[in-house]
Design a binder for this molecule. Structure first.
Ligand code: NAP
Length: 344
């Protein structure tokens, strides 16, 4: 199967990268063949100003600014301590929803809930949730009395192979199985509310290969493990829609865009910060990074069972449309959950 490069190229960050490359090439051409010193300095300043203006527009992509009043609605956001999850939780609290955030460590969850509530005079509640520990997922779910929107946002990238408390490879265990179990436990409430389930996947799912076993029983590769877990997020949404759509549940998957300033990958050291900071000129801002999640959670234009990016429906990889693979992953996930939670 051809590598789905087209999917990468339609992303705002790719358009921004191509624009940057074009500008560098143009500058080199002008410097060597057209403009002589010292006029090249003036040319460079003008080109940078024009680049910044145009690039700001290119990298941001489309916008979605919700105005829905979410009074009386309960939204759960996982991984809301930092990054896109935190920005999403804040926007939802601004819309007057009761927002429950799942964060590792109860004291930290309460502190962040307080900070978010204060920021927008909203109602944010923090509970301990460790998606790499299925007993913690169960404890969290038992505290929930109502849910209208579940946002499965938390995610990890593991440089080396690690394991969850339940003995699963940690990327798959956290990004997919933790959310699969949480969704499974909350499904009766979601059916009751005709709720939405929003899975934050990634364009990186295109690196997943057809013969993936998802559980990473072969030699470990960070990118493949992450890509597989993000493909699993898409399969989870499509299967949820297929199995429970007729009971009123709506499930969505999405790529939030590239946001270089998040903590994904375990935070950055000083050298990494210096090396990755130039990429920020190709990246969305944090509020823009939350927009496609909000679009899937609230907009009537989002389509259940589909993959979204840049606040619209977008084609996912050909593998992500393989419904047989999606069903196989569902069955594997159910088997894992049954095995691992027998003693709870
Ligand atoms: N940033 C991007 O460019 C990008 C691109 C595509 C997709 N995404 C996806 O966007 C989502 C959010 O990522 P982000 O970029 O905002 O990164 P982030 O700042 O690292 O946020 C990830 C969040 O997940 C939480 N988390 C990690 N392991 C957890 C666990 N075992 N239990 C509960 N929570 C856990 C983290 O909490 P702790 O603070 O406790 O670690 C953190 O708050 C992820 O699903 C990621 O795959 C991001």
């Amino acid at each position: 199967m051809a590598f789905p490069i087209k999917i990468l190229l339609i992303e705002p960050e790719s358009r921004s990268a191509m624009f940057l490359l074009g500008n560098v090439l143009l500058f080199m051409y002008m410097m060597f063949f057209v403009i002589s010193w010292p006029y090249i300095i003036i040319y460079l300043i003008v080109q940078i100003i024009i680049f910044q203006r145009v690039n700001q527009h290119l990298r941001s992509g489309r916008s979605y600014v919700p105005t829905t009043n979410l009074n009386n609605q309960t939204v759960i956001v996982t991984g809301a301590a930092t990054g896109i999850g935190r920005a999403t939780a804040l926007e939802l609290a601004k819309l007057r929803a009761r927002v429950i955030i799942g964060i590792r460590n109860q004291a930290r969850a309460e502190r962040i809930a307080q900070e978010l509530s204060k920021q927008c005079n909203g109602n944010v509640i923090g509970y301990h949730l460790d998606l790499s520990d299925l007993s913690s997922v169960k404890d969290f779910a038992q505290k929930i009395d109502k849910v209208d929107i579940l946002i499965n946002n938390a995610g990890v990238v593991k440089r080396q192979k690690e394991y969850t408390k339940d003995g699963l490879e940690a990327t798959f265990g956290t990004n997919h199985i933790g959310h699969f179990y949480l969704t499974h436990l909350l499904l009766p409430l979601l059916i009751k509310s005709h709720g939405r389930i929003v899975n934050v996947s990634s364009v990186m799912h295109i690196f997943s290969k057809e013969d993936t076993d998802f559980i990473q029983n072969r030699s470990y590769n960070t990118i493949i493990a992450y890509a597989d877990s993000k493909l699993a997020n898409i399969f989870h949404a499509t299967e949820l829609q297929r199995r429970y759509g007729d009971q009123g549940v709506r499930a969505y998957a999405l790529h939030p865009g590239t946001i270089a300033s998040t903590e994904l990958g375990g935070g950055k050291g000083p050298l990494e910060t210096v090396l990755t900071s130039p990429f920020q000129i190709l990246s969305k801002s944090m509020p823009q990074g939350a927009m496609t999640t909000l679009f899937c959670a609230l907009s009537d234009e989002a389509q259940p069972g589909k993959y979204h990016s840049d606040c619209r429906i977008t084609p996912a990889s050909p593998l992500a449309s393989n419904s047989r693979k999606a069903q196989e992953l569902w069955e594997l996930s159910e088997k894992i959950i049954n095995d691992k939670t027998k003693s709870f």
